[in-house]
Design a binder for this molecule. Structure first.
Ligand code: ATP
Ligand code: MG
Length: 379
């Protein structure tokens, strides 16, 4: 039987819910050639949303081509160019012959070499003369634009984990160069997404940065409890099981409406349910979820300093004035200057997020685990 609820991979078709407004906005941007910057914490659904919107456009329009560039493991400019050029070539044609022709015609100066794998037939590895690429990267940066102009196609380059370019040798110079080329493009638009909010905000909203006003910035929010309740009930019903709104609401609440965790908890609950779900089943699924994560969360905590852990304890206790004198003493946080440092490092480790005065845990299960297990057992 089909297991409903997926996590850790793209949510599509019946596993995808909501995001109507965001989908609409993306579809409009794709159709009109506007650039988009999509930002959200990890696992809130950026990739799934982009795929959902691109699928919609693809079904209607043959002349818009989407290229997917995942910068996840990309650490150098060289790798960046390789990924970009491969993605553009791949989406420029479906036939191997044509892909090869495009590589020769548009990247000729860089002596491209494509090694095709037997299956799937269109998969290939691209190598180029890297010295030449360094000398004239514009051939790659303008590749989509040039192919588009000649073949009357429009390209949308979807670039995931864009924050990784901050690790390049000279990120600012690199951004300047990208922008200098990309801003002239008529046949190519960009959909850039990633999870490091602060870094991305800095890149796209600081007037002094090259990518200032590059495109439409979308901050993805979580999916609301109401929509989750409906979704969970539907997926149970479609697979011959029953769950009432009380239990579905409990799933959404325990997972803090975090898309990945709602799906994971819903799946664990579904697996434990024979025909009708009960509150006890949801709670036992939740316990097992937290337990499953224990090792990972323990490792994460082992990597923190004592004062960072103390700070998290104060957060869990709901302390409002963490940098107040009494609180600093009570929780052993050092000095108020130290508290600022702790916050900064916890933000950069993606453990907390600070928005105005509000500090939240990025991973709702970490908060639960610290409260229920870590601090309870005398740490
Ligand atoms: N619209 C949606 N409907 C249902 N579930 C969703 C939706 N969006 C995301 N999810 C759930 O969240 C999980 C993570 O989604 P996705 O990989 O799209 O997020 P992401 O923001 O790209 O994550 P990362 O930051 O790790 O790249 C999915 O596997 C799925 O379980
Ligand atoms: Mg993603």
């Amino acid at each position: 039987m089909e297991i409903p609820f997926v996590f850790g991979k793209i949510a599509s078709a019946r596993n995808f819910t909501d995001r109507r407004d965001e989908t609409e906005r993306l579809v409009q941007n794709f159709n009109s050639g506007a650039n988009t910057i999509l930002i959200s914490p990890r696992r809130w659904g950026k990739s799934s949303l982009v795929m959902h919107a691109t699928d919609r456009v693809r079904r209607k329009s043959k002349e818009i081509r989407f290229c997917f560039v995942d910068l996840n493991n990309v650490r150098t400019e060289e790798q960046f160019y390789q990924h970009l050029a491969s993605a553009v070539l791949r989406s420029s044609a479906s036939r191997v012959r044509e892909v090869l022709d495009n590589a020769r015609k548009f990247l000729g100066r860089l002596t491209p070499n494509l090694t095709f794998s037997p299956a799937p037939a269109s998969e290939f590895k691209l190598s180029m003369d890297w010295k030449e690429v360094r000398r004239s990267p514009e051939d790659i940066l303008n590749l989509a634009e040039k192919i588009g102009a000649e073949k009357k196609l429009r390209f949308v380059v979807c670039m995931d984990e864009f924050q990784n370019i901050s690790g390049f040798e000279d990120p600012l110079a690199f951004q300047k160069m990208l922008r200098a080329h990309w801003q002239h493009h008529q046949n190519t638009s960009y959909c850039i997404y990633g999870s490091k909010r602060h870094m991305l905000m800095d890149v796209f909203t600081s007037p002094s940065m090259p990518f200032y006003k590059f495109g439409d910035i979308i901050f993805l929010v979580k999916i609301s409890a109401d929509l989750w309740i409906r979704f969970i009930q539907e997926r149970f019903a479609q697979t011959g099981k029953k769950i009432l709104s009380k239990e579905s609401q409990l799933i959404a609440e325990l997972a803090d409406c975090h898309p990945y965790y709602v799906q994971q908890l819903a799946q664990l609950t579904w697996l434990r349910t024979e025909s009708t779900c009960t509150v006890e089943i949801v709670l036992s699924a939740f316990d097992s979820l937290v337990l499953q994560l224990s090792m990972l969360l323990q490792n994460l905590t082992d990597g923190l300093s004592n004062t960072q852990i103390n700070f998290l304890k104060a957060l869990i206790d709901g302390v409002e004035q963490i940098s107040g004198r009494d609180q600093i003493i009570e929780y052993g946080l050092g000095t108020s200057g130290n508290v600022a440092k702790i916050k900064k490092s916890l933000v950069s480790k993606e453990i907390i997020d600070i928005s105005g005065k509000e500090i939240t845990f990025l991973d709702p299960m970490y908060k639960v685990w610290l409260g229920k297990h870590y601090f309870k057992t005398g740490n």
